[in-house]
Design a protein. Structure first.
Length: 363
């Protein structure tokens, strides 16, 4: 008999027959989750060289400033995560009526929040010297929450052989920061060995699946890289990766934003759903949906300029109602500060949302 993960409580019988079906049934019921964008970029708060230079979110500062490769890597010397408290994060999620948490195990900058032998750009080579992914997976398990792990697939500002589809329809190359140092760091054109990068990706993702249990899902991002590449879906090797993930742990769900292949377990577009067609695939109404959005006005990673301007509980409840009408889950993001602490205005908002949801349930 399989041991049912704590977060799938109530689905034990279904889990015996089909862990994936049990996980999908749970996901449809989950309704709301907490998203955490945390990494080296959190230390900068959207500011570089004394200026708020971010044209996108704080998590994009390496590309948007841009911050040269060497200078960005040195941020690891100041990464302590002193106030990153996995138990407190999970307690806050539970207070807010949430059923799962999603952490950026590795974002576009390539920095890993877990100790890995696939590269040296990871949390153990910082003053923190803590496995933040392991801490959060463990805390979620103890408290009955599902734990999803975000991974940037296709957009990597660290790996020299990451995809280089060139200029996209918006007129820029989001895959490569544009500095003299970066132009020398990355491979270009025919020199890009895409399979070398994808081998690296598979090694990292499968390490997450093997090392941490239970993981509720692998949440992939970076879809634009392959969408703007000739034969990008096939070249992405995404289906091969999905199959390996599903074979490794039967309950793990897979998402790739609005859908790259159409075979994802659920679709997770940003801020809204276009049911007629999302991304590279035709939308399938029968598939579960999850809307991801953020408490800051636009940014996912912490941005100092947004202090005092975060969305409040009324806005959150409106988003929750709109998601439920689709129907879809709401994955609500907060960007921890450089030390790992959750912005206080987000803490207060989430607690108030939880109080109101509890009152509605009683009423």
């Amino acid at each position: 008999m399989r041991n049912t993960p704590r977060y799938l409580k109530g689905h034990e019988d279904q889990y015996k027959d089909s862990p994936r079906a049990a996980a999908l049934a749970w996901f449809r019921e989950a309704r709301v989750g907490l998203f955490l964008h945390y990494g080296l970029y959190s230390l900068l708060g959207g500011v570089h060289g004394g200026r708020d230079v971010v044209r996108k979110g704080g998590e994009w500062i390496r590309w948007a400033a841009p911050v040269p490769f060497g200078a960005y890597a040195k941020l690891a010397d100041d990464f302590t995560a002193a106030s990153f408290d996995a138990d407190a994060i999970c307690d806050l999620a539970l207070e807010a009526g949430m059923r799962y948490v999603n952490l950026t195990a590795q974002h576009h900058d390539g920095f890993c929040l877990w100790p890995t032998d696939t590269c040296d750009f990871h949390v153990m080579n910082t003053p923190a010297k803590r496995d933040l992914v392991g801490e959060l997976v463990g805390a979620c398990d103890r408290k009955g929450l599902g734990c999803f792990l975000y991974y940037s697939h296709g957009r990597d500002w660290w790996h020299p052989h990451s995809p280089d589809p060139g200029i996209d329809r918006y007129g820029f190359n989001s895959c490569r920061p544009n500095t003299i140092e970066d132009r020398a760091h990355f491979k270009h054109g025919d020199a890009v060995e895409l399979d070398r990068y994808l081998d690296f990706v598979e090694a990292q993702v499968m390490q997450l699946c093997a090392r941490y249990h239970p993981v509720a899902g692998i949440w992939l991002d970076g879809i634009g890289s392959f969408k703007h590449m000739e034969d990008g879906v096939a070249r992405s090797r995404a289906q091969e990766l999905y199959d390996r993930i599903h074979a490794s742990r039967p309950q793990i769900l897979v998402s790739y934003k609005q859908g790259l292949t159409g075979t994802e377990d659920f679709f997770a577009p940003e801020r809204g759903v276009r049911r007629a067609g999302d991304g590279a695939v035709t939308s399938q109404a029968a598939k579960p949906y999850e809307i991801c959005t953020t408490l800051q006005p636009d940014s996912w990673g912490y941005k100092i300029a947004d202090d005092g301007r975060h969305h409040g509980p009324d806005w959150v409840l409106t988003q929750l109602a709109e998601a439920a009408a689709i129907p879809a889950n709401l994955l609500l993001n907060t960007g921890p500060k450089g030390d790992g602490s959750i912005p206080e205005e987000d803490v207060q908002t989430l607690r108030e949302v939880g109080r109101r949801l509890a009152a509605q349930a009683v009423g």
